[in-house]
Design a protein around this ligand. Structure first.
Ligand SMILES: Nc1ncnc2c1ncn2[C@@H]1O[C@H](COP(=O)(O)OP(=O)(O)O)[C@@H](O)[C@H]1O
Ligand SMILES: [Mg+2]
Length: 287
């Protein structure tokens, strides 16, 4: 059942040297609400791409398109050279086994032990694997996140950071080629956040996976990213390495990375009630 990642596959032939995910002219509307506006992006194999942007700007929706948990209104999504946005749920099943995901809502099953949580995807996808083999995989995955020995614990008795790590062990149970992280450090204190950052780096190194991390934690973004993409109003407004983003001339990028409130938001605040703008001092909005 072990599947080796193959990073020597040829490029997908359309000029992108080493794209594993290719999104072309993706527009997503919910009713009349435009959430993604003609977004094109290629995700490089073996690298860590971080997607930043304010709450509600479409980060999670974009990430869900990568595994077709959302379907485009218009545009295309390809994975490993194959178009996937039109596949049936059944066909998507085998595509999705090549991904591991750590979603915000993707909590552990509380009624299952740590080991049972990690076994779950293995038993779903491989019906005839031996029990002893599964136990070995569980042990190896837990060791990878520093939690071997916690097999018989239940999620309720773990800290928030430990639960995230178990969820990560579950996400890597099937040896994914791509790991999607949606706000992996949200709700964790700085030290526990940094453990998650280190794990993201470690998994990239040890498993040669492609990582995609959605976050609004800039400390985490700078630490793990090979490349940072900023989404704003459904469009990509910045795309480059950490230095490129730090020095970016776009005022919206600077406001976001420095945790400052923008003019648009101030205008909304000024409109809502009789509050004088001067009451909103910059320090009120600093993290
Ligand atoms: N299933 C859905 N139906 C309707 N609107 C949605 C749905 N999913 C997301 N949205 C809307 O799309 C926008 C982007 O959401 P999301 O991608 O979750 O933002 P974030 O950048 O915070 O992850 C939000 O305005 C959200 O309300
Ligand atoms: Mg989100």
């Amino acid at each position: 059942m072990e599947r080796q990642n193959d990073h020597n596959r040829p490029a997908n032939g359309d000029g992108m040297t080493n794209a594993i995910i290719d999104v072309k002219s993706l527009t997503k509307k919910f009713g009349k609400k435009l959430v993604l506006d003609n977004v094109s992006v290629s995700i490089e194999r073996g690298k860590t791409t971080v997607i930043i942007g304010p709450s509600g700007c479409g980060k999670t929706v974009l990430m869900k398109h990568f595994i077709v948990l959302q379907r485009p209104t218009t545009g295309e999504v390809s994975f490993d050279g194959q178009r996937i946005d039109h596949l049936s749920e059944r066909e998507l099943h085998s595509v999705r086994t090549r991904f591991g995901y750590l979603f915000q809502e993707g909590a552990l099953f509380d009624s299952m032990s740590v080991a049972e949580n990690i076994m779950f995807p293995i038993r779903q996808h491989f019906k005839d694997v031996k029990w002893s083999q599964i136990q070995e995989v569980v042990k190896a995955k837990l060791a990878m996140v520093g939690l071997d020995g916690f097999q018989n614990y239940y999620p309720a008795s773990l800290s928030g950071g430990q639960r995230k790590r178990v969820a990560l062990a579950r996400a890597i149970a099937l040896n994914p080629e791509v790991i999607l992280y949606d706000e992996p450090t949200t709700g964790l204190d700085p030290i526990r956040s940094d453990i998650i950052n280190e794990l993201i780096l470690k998994l990239e190194r040890d498993l040669s996976v492609t990582s995609i991390v959605v976050t609004h934690d800039m400390k985490s973004a700078y630490k793990v990213a090979d490349r940072i993409i900023m989404l704003h109003n459904g469009r990509i407004i910045a795309d480059g390495n950490a230095d490129h983003i730090r020095d970016h001339p776009h005022p919206t990028v600077q406001q976001f990375i420095n945790g400052q409130v923008g003019e648009d938001d101030l205008a909304v605040l000024r409109m809502s009630g009789e509050v004088a703008a001067s009451q909103f001092l910059p320090r009120d909005f600093q993290q």
